[in-house]
Design a protein around this ligand. Structure first.
Ligand SMILES: [Zn+2]
Length: 260
């Protein structure tokens, strides 16, 4: 394959990658044998307010469903906190678009992203949200969806998305692993002349802005001399939350491959 990935030309602040959503087949389906959906929903509703006025939205959500899939929300609404007595909570720092995708995932067990806007920024916010609240299955589903999207569209996240990925995740985050690998892959594979969008003068300021990304890239480079640049945009258990010794809940191979 000799053509450059789909891109974002010289980047406005909001640029990322383009493309409509798809639904990867890695998301586990609910087991209809075990589930009475009405029982799962229960009959209690909690109100969750996302964002800060005037950019604020209130989501009524079935408490039983919410709490059954999240230890964090279970503690919040069934523990000794104020939220348990008011049956409402405010999450001012979280993103409305990402939360909407979360609610859909909660009720339908699939990830559906708005098709009008670029989807990668929403997925990255969703990943950060899921990671923050320890929603492991959503973390994995979001990662698989993102990787599948990048693969299917032959797309590379723009550098501002890589930086925002680092800003919104912890140091061991699998999203950081993906982003640093993609950045290194582009650096090894495309000369400045071959793909102007990611030329050296453009990339360096982002690496200076984000020392963690630079550090992760250097770690990848160390000892990899002579190795072939492997496209990191493929389904891999290395991007999942489970350990390499545990069976993959999504049908992947858990053993760590030799990709450097
Ligand atoms: Zn896995």
């Amino acid at each position: 394959m000799s053509s450059s990935p789909s891109t974002m030309s010289a980047a406005p602040a909001s640029s990322s990658l383009v493309g409509a959503g798809n639904t990867k087949g890695t998301q586990p389906k609910p087991d209809s044998q075990d589930i009475s959906f009405a029982d799962d929903l229960g009959n209690e509703i909690v109100l969750i307010t996302i964002g800060v006025a005037p950019n604020q939205e209130i989501f009524p959500i079935h408490k039983t469903l919410l709490c059954s899939r999240s230890t964090f929300f279970d503690r919040m609404f069934n523990g000794g906190f104020r939220e348990a007595s008011t049956q409402s909570a405010s999450l001012p720092e979280d993103n409305i678009d990402a939360f909407k995708v979360y609610v859909t995932w909660l009720y339908r067990n699939i990830i559906e992203v708005p098709k009008k806007a670029p989807i990668a920024p929403v997925l990255i916010r969703l990943f950060a949200f899921a990671e923050k609240y320890c929603l492991e299955e959503l973390v994995d589903n979001t990662m698989d969806y993102l990787v599948g999207h990048l693969h299917d569209k032959n797309a590379i996240p723009w550098l501002d998305l890589m930086v925002s990925s680092y800003a919104s995740t912890h140091t061991k985050s699998k999203l950081r692993i993906l982003m640093s690998r993609i950045n290194l892959y582009v650096a090894l594979r495309y000369t400045d002349a071959k793909w102007e969008a990611f030329n050296t003068d453009t990339v360096i300021p982002f690496l200076i802005r984000c020392p963690d990304l630079t550090t992760d890239m250097f770690r990848l480079i160390k000892g990899s001399s002579g190795k072939k640049a492997v496209d990191p945009r493929s389904f891999s258990c290395e991007y999942h939350q489970h350990s390499s010794t545990k069976p993959c809940p999504y049908g992947g191979k858990s053993s760590v491959d030799s990709r450097g």
